[in-house]
Write a protein that binds this ligand. Structure first.
Ligand SMILES: CCCCCCCCCC/C=C\CCC/C=C/C(=O)SCCNC(=O)CCNC(=O)[C@H](O)C(C)(C)COP(=O)(O)OP(=O)(O)OC[C@H]1O[C@@H](n2cnc3c(N)ncnc32)[C@H](O)[C@@H]1OP(=O)(O)O
Ligand SMILES: Cc1cc2nc3c(=O)[nH]c(=O)nc-3n(C[C@H](O)[C@H](O)[C@H](O)COP(=O)(O)OP(=O)(O)OC[C@H]3O[C@@H](n4cnc5c(N)ncnc54)[C@H](O)[C@@H]3O)c2cc1C
Length: 613
């Protein structure tokens, strides 16, 4: 039975000047991926929330026959599906639950989806994400397990360690977390206090959190869910501090789930959001693990305690860089969800008159409402498309790194750091704008937008606090500026520092040329980066030390990183919209959207653009 669509919404949709299917296919990577994305959740949702009649089963089976190559296993698994436990209970909203109840409900659903993902043999990460997102809409207690725990094994473990540990993670024989942050330190990794002292007699590491500030604090799943951690600690061997290394540390008994000897672990308490994620604390009281439990892909400790350093001590940071890409990509989709809710609402909400006596209008007819929403639609597209462009750069650099060529690592770190900060800040601002655009109903949890905000705004903090990430990117940009000042060759991504000129052909009474828009953003980024570099050098000229001069210039350095990200985003959006092979009507619309995004950005940062002429 088809759902009846609100006539205002149906009318708005009927006025589209383009075929939405073209866009949807583009965003999801093509019709096949889109079909899978739509099919999987819908199919399992159906198995979950309605009594499965014999007719249903036959229809599903017949429907599946057209895709028998993909779904035969799925069909046959219907009988033994794990959904039975849901038919009685169905879905319960967690909005009215206590934190404990909400965690348990999310855990119930997450365990269910874990089983189904294995039963359906869903290998594709994206498909797993779609599947889980439908059933565990808030923070998933297994989030760290799915992402950073497995990524750390894959990127920091030796082949033997991967062979040994990854199957345990894939089959949920263990449930993991990524424990790095401590009560006393989250940003300054060189300040981490947890130690891993090598005992050469017993060929073991002794893990210890010697002070209250060294307690691991914040890691997701640490509170209740995880029974193993990839834990980062200061390696001490032969009396020498060898820096932060990663270790496989059992936390809880695999049968009883009780903390193991020497382990004190628990939940850190209520948070601003992410209520169904059990972020926890961990104290280690001289806990022993075998030498083989250090992840030794890049650095090693030999039996006699000799430390073999990595070719590059930054490789231990790779799991964070990888996860920053996840955050960069999901930021755009989070904003896309919020602005979809707000735009649909604005099509059906009638409030106030434009023409006295003309009757209440759809609030989407107010220009102010269009400005609030269309700029956010444009921003969502910009972030999603820029994330794809950044990922392409990442994939080519990562494949070189896997062959030992690390030349792109600094650029990769700068790109992920600045884009993670830029996208999450833009997402946070945009989601809040969408919430407010819905008036009182946007303040209802039932709108879905408040939880999007309170959950996802944490991405401005975790995985590298945004200001700190901008400063990290600024290190790279400043080095490039110094090289540009000396006429040296620059990495491809920053060559604009040497070439950017402001030769804008557009005049105000013309329709702005897209190449001029890219040139304006490029010139603005080059100018802000150069200004930050000049302020740093002015600090040095005043007799400040390098670190004092860095602090003296840091506000401009943050701006430089954000201007760089903004340029990268505008360029990616325009170049991808022009080159995506859309039909004329769709391309015209998308380029209009790109202009809206870019011109809105110029208005929001008009100080920068006025200053550079
Ligand atoms: C809205 C979208 C979100 C959706 C998400 C969808 C998935 C949802 C499921 C999951 C949900 C939630 C899970 C949350 C999980 C969170 C996990 C965490 O938070 S893990 C902990 C993260 N912690 C950090 O990121 C710490 C940040 N701090 C650092 O990285 C460092 O301390 C740093 C870089 C700030 C400082 O480093 P250091 O003090 O050592 O010194 P320098 O600054 O001098 O740096 C030295 C040198 O190293 C280079 N460097 C640093 N980092 C890296 C790196 N990662 N890669 C490469 N190179 C690196 C740096 O550039 C310096 O080099 P130089 O040549 O001298 O410039
Ligand atoms: C929801 C959530 C989930 C998390 N999950 C995990 C997890 O699973 N595993 C894990 O290990 N960690 C996790 N974290 C911890 C997270 O990584 C840290 O909170 C983050 O790295 C920031 O560190 P901090 O909290 O110590 O803040 P701080 O670094 O103390 O930042 C506080 C302020 O100091 C400023 N500041 C700090 N250093 C500098 C600097 N060098 N220059 C200028 N300003 C500076 C910052 O900009 C910020 O304004 C999580 C955090 C949250 C909120």
């Amino acid at each position: 039975m088809g759902k009846s669509v609100n006539p205002d919404l149906a009318k708005a949709r009927s006025q589209a000047t383009f075929d939405p299917a073209n866009l949807t296919n583009y965003l999801y990577g093509g019709p096949e991926k889109l079909r899978r994305k739509r099919y999987l959740p819908a199919f399992v949702f159906k198995e979950l929330c309605t009594e499965m009649s014999l007719t249903d089963l036959c229809l599903i089976f017949l429907g599946l026959l057209t895709h028998v190559s993909d779904y035969l296993g799925l069909t046959l698994s219907i009988e033994n599906m794990a959904a039975k436990e849901y038919k009685e209970e169905g879905f319960k909203s967690t909005d009215d639950m206590s934190r404990e109840e909400a965690y348990e409900e999310s855990m119930r659903r997450a365990v269910y989806t874990n089983k189904r993902v294995l039963q359906l043999n869903l290998q594709d990460q994206e498909e797993q994400y779609y599947f889980r997102e439908i059933f565990v809409p808030g923070a998933n207690p297994f989030a760290l397990h799915y992402v950073m725990f497995k990524d750390a094994i894959n990127t920091q473990g030796t082949e033997d360690q991967i062979q040994k540990w990854l199957p345990l993670a894939e089959t949920y024989a263990v449930t993991g977390t990524y424990a790095q942050t401590e009560l006393g330190h989250g940003t300054f990794l060189r300040g981490l206090e947890t130690t891993a002292e090598y005992d050469v007699q017993r060929e073991e590491f002794i893990l210890n959190t010697p002070t209250i500030t060294s307690s691991k604090f914040w890691p997701g799943a640490l509170g209740k869910t995880a029974n193993v951690a990839i834990l980062n600690a200061k390696l001490i061997t032969k009396g020498r501090n060898c820096g932060m290394q990663s270790f496989w540390v059992p936390l809880r008994h695999l049968e009883t789930h009780q903390p193991l000897p020497g382990i004190t672990v628990g939940d850190i308490g209520p948070k601003f959001g992410y209520h169904t994620s059990d972020n926890g604390f961990l104290q280690l009281n001289r806990v022993r693990i075998p030498r083989e439990n250090m992840l030794m892909r890049y650095s090693k400790v030999l039996q006699d305690g000799t430390f073999v350093p990595p070719e590059n001590d930054r490789l231990v940071y790779v799991p964070m860089t990888q996860f920053r890409f996840v955050v960069i990509g999901r930021s755009g989709w989070t904003l896309a969800k919020a602005v979809t809710v707000a735009t649909r609402y604005s099509a059906v909400r009638r409030q106030s008159e434009i023409t006295p006596g003309g009757g209440e209008v759809q609030i989407l007819d107010f220009q102010t409402q269009q400005h609030k929403l269309f700029t956010q639609i444009a921003s969502a597209y910009a972030m999603i498309i820029a994330a794809k462009a950044a990922k392409d750069l990442y994939d080519s650099a990562f494949s070189k790194m896997e062959k030992g060529n690390l030349e792109d690592l600094p650029m990769l770190h700068a790109l992920t750091s600045s884009m993670k900060a830029f996208n999450t800040w833009e997402m946070a601002t945009g989601v809040e704008q969408c919430r407010m655009a819905c008036g009182g109903h946007g303040y209802l949890l039932a709108s879905g937008i408040p939880q999007m905000y309170t959950d996802m705004v944490s991405a401005c903090t975790y995985e590298g606090e945004n200001t700190v990430m901008c400063l990290q990117a600024a290190r790279f940009l400043n080095k490039c500026q110094e090289a540009a000042n000396k006429g040296e060759r620059l990495p491809q991504l920053t060559r604009f520092l040497q070439t950017s000129r402001l030769n804008i052909s557009s005049s105000l009474d013309q329709d702005v040329d897209l190449n001029d828009i890219i040139a304006a953003y490029e010139f603005r980024a080059a100018t802000v980066i150069s200004e930050a570099n000049a302020r740093l050098n002015a600090g040095l000229a005043m007799g400040k030390s390098q670190s004092e001069a860095w602090n003296y210039a840091s506000q401009l350095l943050v701006k430089a990183a954000l201007a760089f990200s903004h340029w990268f985003t505008v360029r990616a959006l325009i170049e991808n919209m022009r080159g995506a092979g859309f039909d004329n009507s769709t391309e015209t619309l998308l380029l209009q959207l790109a202009k809206l995004y870019a011109l809105d950005g110029m208005l929001r940062y008009s100080g920068d653009f006025r200053k550079v002429g």
